[in-house]
Structure formats: structure tokens, C-alpha cells
Write a protein that binds this ligand. Structure first.
Ligand code: MF3
Ligand code: CO
Ligand code: CO
Length: 252
């Protein structure tokens, strides 16, 4: 069990892959509107990644995933498959983008609000955003990876929200999902200590109701068992000598 330490050359490649993934989210934002289908968003992202960025959409055919992006709407927690259903006013949607550029992965997701936001939709989008930032804030050399989930779950529970346990952040580089597993809940020490040059994601899935989830028969889409709203934000992070660098920041 070991976590790869990236060389300066590898870090340059991770910075580019991360930037491209964030650029896709910046690009797609104005398209996330009432009446658009998630299939249409998938096609726009696919074409942008392939034709403009000359990169590869990592989800496509990943363990059989059929599309180029993940779109998770309302009570969908993650890994939603784009389809021909139109978005409606009040929906919240997570769009999760992973690109491969020059062999390296950049992975990031954001929430988007469609039309007129609901109070609950607003609330879970904001709390999950804050959870990601709180997780990032603890990242620096010498810290056990479990500190991330510890900080996130304490905050989420204070807000009467719950943290999904079945899906985690992950090491990332030439592999999409590598060591370590980055849990978003309070757990015992992992024994894995952050070191400069490690790259990984933080991507807490936060539910307005209970933490339990189930998978749909499509074998991908994960939903909350109680059908409560769920939201998630994700960044790819590099541990630096003094703290961390977010590799998937928006240009805006
Ligand atoms: N991007 C997701 C993550 O954050 C993984 C999606 S895997 C897929 O780890 F196959 F569903 F695309
Ligand atoms: Co990820
Ligand atoms: Co992702």
C-alpha cells in the first residue's frame, strides 16, 4: 500500500489535466438551463473535450460506463447516466467531469441550480460546497488522511445533514482511481500521512436526509434511500510543501 509522489514533470501534467477539467465545467454552465437534457449536456462536453481540448473523457467506457460525463439530479447521489429527460426549474444537478490529458487525469464536479432554486436545493448545494472547502482546509504535509473526513462529518452533522460512506475521494494520476481512499466521514486514523507531491480528490456526497443509499438497476446511478436531496462538489488537490494547491479551480 503506497501513495505515489509525483515528480515536478508529473505535477505539470496534473495541473494541465486539472485545468482542462475545470474549463469544461466553466464551458457547460450556460447550457444548464430549464428544458435541456442531460444527454445534450453530455454531447456538448464530449465534443469540447475531444475536439477543443484534444483530451479524453475518462468516464466513457470506464468499467462499462456508457457516457462521457456523470449527471446526478436531485436525490441522485453520484454516477448518474445522462439521458433524454429535460431538466426542470428547481432541479439541482451535479456534473462530474474527468479528462485525461497526456496520460494524466483531472477530476472535478460542481452543483448547478436549474431555473428558480428551492430553499432545500439552495441549502444542500451550499452545505456540500462548504464541506469540500472544510476538507481542503486541513490538507498539508504531516496530516493523516482521516482528518479530512473528520472535519467534513462534524460540520455536516452540525447542519443536520449526513455524509455518504460508500463512495470516497481517491488518489489520481495516470490512474483514475488510485490509493489512498479518502473517506468523507469520521473514521479511525488511516495511517497514511500527507506528503508533498501526492495528488488526490476530495468529493463529499452530502444528503439532506439519511446517509443510506441504493443503486438503480442501471448498475450505476446511486440515489438516497429516503429520496432526500443529495449534493456533491469535487476538486483534485496537490499536497505542497506548505499546504495544498487546488488543481481544478475555475478561471472565473
Ligand atoms: N468522476 C467520478 C469520481 O469522482 C467517477 C466516475 S466513474 C464513472 O470518482 F464511470 F461513473 F464515470
Ligand atoms: Co473523483
Ligand atoms: Co469525479
Amino acid at each position: 500500500m503506497s501513495v505515489e509522489i509525483k515528480s515536478a514533470k508529473q505535477i505539470k501534467k496534473m495541473q494541465l489535466a486539472g485545468k482542462l477539467a475545470a474549463d469544461v465545467l466553466d464551458m457547460i454552465e450556460p447550457h444548464v438551463k430549464v428544458g435541456v437534457t442531460t444527454d445534450e449536456l453530455d454531447k456538448i462536453c464530449h465534443d469540447y473535450i475531444v475536439d477543443v481540448q484534444q483530451a479524453i473523457p475518462a468516464p466513457l467506457n470506464y468499467h462499462g460506463f456508457p457516457k462521457s460525463i456523470c449527471t446526478s439530479v436531485n436525490h441522485q447521489v453520484c454516477h448518474g447516466i445522462p439521458n433524454n429527460k429535460k431538466l426542470k426549474s428547481g432541479d439541482i444537478i451535479n456534473i462530474d467531469i474527468t479528462v485525461i490529458k497526456d496520460g494524466y487525469h483531472g477530476d472535478t464536479s460542481r452543483m448547478f441550480k436549474v431555473g428558480k432554486a428551492t430553499v432545500k436545493g439552495d441549502r444542500i448545494c451550499k452545505i456540500s460546497y462548504d464541506c469540500l472547502q472544510i476538507g481542503i482546509d486541513v490538507v498539508k504535509p504531516g496530516v493523516d488522511f482521516s482528518a479530512i473526513g473528520q472535519a467534513i462529518e462534524v460540520y455536516a452533522n452540525k447542519q443536520y445533514c449526513s455524509v455518504v460512506r460508500e463512495y470516497c475521494g481517491h488518489g489520481i494520476g495516470q490512474k483514475f482511481h488510485a490509493e489512498p481512499q479518502v473517506v468523507h466521514y469520521a473514521d479511525k486514523n488511516s495511517g497514511i500521512i500527507m506528503e508533498p507531491g501526492m495528488t488526490f480528490t476530495i468529493e463529499p456526497m452530502i444528503n439532506l436526509g439519511k446517509r443510506e443509499i441504493k443503486q438503480l438497476p442501471d448498475k450505476w446511478t446511486v440515489i438516497t434511500k429516503d429520496r432526500s436531496l443529495s449534493a456533491q462538489w469535487e476538486h483534485t488537490i496537490l499536497v505542497t510543501d506548505t499546504g495544498c494547491e487546488i488543481l481544478t479551480l475555475s478561471e472565473n
